[in-house]
Design a protein around this ligand. Structure first.
Ligand code: 5GP
Ligand code: MG
Length: 474
């Protein structure tokens, strides 16, 4: 297993619609933030699976012609994120195979922590892998299972997986959605008249006018076929411990989505309010670093009664095709995306709010540009605790040594970023703000990993993955 160990992705599936591919395209379009490197859709037309995958944004990966080549009433789509050269088309999803029991497509969001062991075992038994993504393991496990019914194969296979997985499958006649028993990654169910939809976030239901029914439960597999929706519980014999990814609420999900039973926007506002209670300061204005800090800044402003402003303008059109100028322009990379609104911030004492600090480098550059625009004081407030630990469940953080909060003290970070004061929301405060504190994974802040790495095999897998963290399809 090499570099592609992380899956930081958006999923969309649809069953029973004559425009399945086109609706999947729209769904993926609204899940673009979950993965910008590659997009793919697989449809089933009653006889054959049809696939189109391409690198780039959803709008670049598909056009009228490619969508017309995806007939069928069942579709599964995937948007993929990856950070390095490992993002080849071959590794993009959905993956499709044909085996003894027919054709099957899979799309995966999450990260299997026992991928290395499973792959080694499969290869020792003769499996030949086409990609370096751990999702392919799931297909091999399914192909090797020898039960009479596919559903028993599915249950057998799911029970072998460890880690974070929200999965979609299209078989010859059904759409299947599964979530790992911890419920790390989201997955929701929607209806559009008689059509069923499964998606990573509810914003993908909204875009096609589908109604949000409920989330796929942690540890549940829903099978959607001609007879409607049925539910399996492959993990019912295991003790269940929920560990939803808190970072979905902090940063990753769209604010207009409902994730893990709560509005993302509301959670972000609560975190902002909590920050204001924990780290009050005398200031003239509160402003977000757009867009990730928007709702936390609004919450901070409402709680502190310090007026809210938008002191930075973001250029939303900066894409991969941006042409670099021939001559080096100092700090161009920062300024092309964000520009301070000078008239608003000159001579002002500012509270700036952002969702998280990872490496600290972009935050430092933003602060510098605010200083140059004449800000008198800058107080940085961060709506999650210091990010100190790698994620093995699907968030694509860099390795531990690149996380600024892992290598520097708070005072060192404050100096490095160049702010007058710095405050991160406390872990307790964050959990109190979200409610149901026991249901969340906080590993990237607390170092407490909800799936124990007790056994030898797991420990090695963890080390290997630590080495690869930040490289793969997150
Ligand atoms: P830093 O100052 O650490 O270089 O960057 C912090 C910024 O990165 C914050 O605005 C935060 O919203 C953003 N961020 C946090 N996590 C991620 C991530 O996983 N991917 C990307 N592209 N940005 C992130
Ligand atoms: Mg940001």
């Amino acid at each position: 297993m090499d570099d592609n160990v992380k899956h930081y992705c958006g999923l969309f599936g649809i069953y029973g619609h004559r425009d399945a591919a086109r609706l999947a395209y729209l769904g993926l379009y609204s899940l673009q933030h979950r993965g910008e490197e590659a997009a793919g859709i697989v449809t089933y037309d009653g006889k054959t699976m049809h696939t189109h995958k391409a690198m780039g944004l959803v709008s670049e990966a598909f056009n009228e012609t490619t969508l017309r080549q995806l007939p069928g009433r069942i579709a599964v789509g995937h948007t993929r994120y990856s950070t390095t050269g490992s993002s080849t088309l071959k590794n993009s999803q959905p993956l499709v195979v044909t085996y003894a029991k027919g054709s099957i497509a899979v799309a995966h969001n999450g990260n299997l922590i026992n991928a290395f062991e499973l792959r080694q075992q499969l290869e020792a038994n003769g499996s030949i892998f086409q990609t370096t993504v751990d999702s392919e393991i799931i297909l091999h496990l399914l192909a090797r299972a020898t039960n009479k019914h596919f559903e028993d194969d599915l249950v057998e296979c799911l029970k072998l997986l460890k880690g974070a997985f929200s999965l979609l499958f299209v078989t010859e006649g059904s759409l299947i959605g599964c979530r790992d028993p911890n419920g790390f990654r989201p997955l929701c169910i929607g209806r559009l008249n008689k059509t069923y939809v499964l998606a990573s976030e509810t914003c993908a239901l909204d875009i096609i006018g589908a109604k949000f029914i409920r989330e796929v439960e942690p540890g549940e597999a829903v099978i959607i076929g001609p007879g409607g929706l049925r539910s399996l519980h492959p993990f019912k014999d295991q003790p269940q411990k929920l560990s939803h990814c808190m970072f979905e609420h902090v940063y990753f999900a769209r604010p207009d989505s409902i994730v893990f039973g709560q509005s993302v926007q509301e959670v972000r506002m609560k975190l902002g309010r909590q920050l204001a209670r924990e780290y009050p300061v005398e200031a003239d204005l509160v402003m977000p670093i757009p867009d990730s800090g928007n709702f936390a800044a609004l919450g901070y402003s409402l709680e502190s009664k310090i007026p809210f402003t938008l002191g930075m303008t973001r250029n939303h059109y900066v894409g991969r095709t941006f042409i670099q100028p021939a001559q080096e322009i100092r700090d161009l990379k920062v300024r092309v995306k964000f520009n301070p609104v000078r008239a608003l911030i000159k001579d002002k004492r500012l509270v700036i709010v952002d969702d998280s600090i990872v490496r600290g480098t972009t935050t430092r550059a933003r602060v510098k540009s605010l200083r140059e625009a004449g800000a008198k004081e800058i107080h940085l407030r961060v709506s999650c605790p210091p990010t100190k630990h790698s994620c093995f469940y699907g968030i694509d953080f860099p390795t531990k040594k690149e996380l600024i909060a892992n290598t520097m003290t708070l005072e060192e970070i404050r100096k490095f970023i160049g702010v007058d004061t710095l405050g991160y929301v406390s872990l307790e405060g964050m959990l109190q703000a979200i409610g149901k504190p026991g249901d969340y994974c906080t590993a990237c802040w607390s170092g407490v990993y909800p799936i124990p790495f007790g056994e030898e095999g797991d420990k090695f897998a963890l080390e290997r993955q630590a080495k690869h963290a930040g490289q793969g399809c997150g």
